[in-house]
Design a protein around this ligand. Structure first.
Ligand SMILES: O=C(O)C[C@H]1C=CC(=O)O1
Length: 96
């Protein structure tokens, strides 16, 4: 199942710089593991914003929820999810 996910990150300005850097590093390692596993299929930065657009390929809504809520930055994110299905005109066989 494919999901388009937008994540807006809002770290508190009061967070110490070294804590923020550690959190971002942990998030990076977590996200790259999910990308290598094929669960997090695409990840793009939204230009000019501390936000991303991602494509997740998971087995269920429950799995997506578990992955998103396990993200180290999750407590500081606003997350929007759109479920995707195959477009009848798509030429990409893996669009499902
Ligand atoms: O920077 C972000 O967009 C938030 C998050 C998503 C992947 C990652 O490494 O950090």
């Amino acid at each position: 199942m494919l999901f388009h996910v937008r994540m807006n990150v809002n770290l508190p300005t009061s967070m110490p710089a070294d804590e923020a850097a550690q959190l971002k590093q942990t998030e990076k390692e977590f996200s790259q593991r999910l990308q290598r596993e094929g669960k997090w299929r695409h990840l793009w930065r939204i230009a000019g914003q501390y936000a991303n657009v991602s494509l997740f390929d998971v087995d269920s809504v429950d799995e997506l929820h578990a992955l998103l809520t396990a993200l180290p930055l999750f407590p500081y994110m606003q997350v929007e999810v759109m479920a995707l299905c195959r477009h009848p005109s798509s030429i990409h066989e893996d669009d499902r």
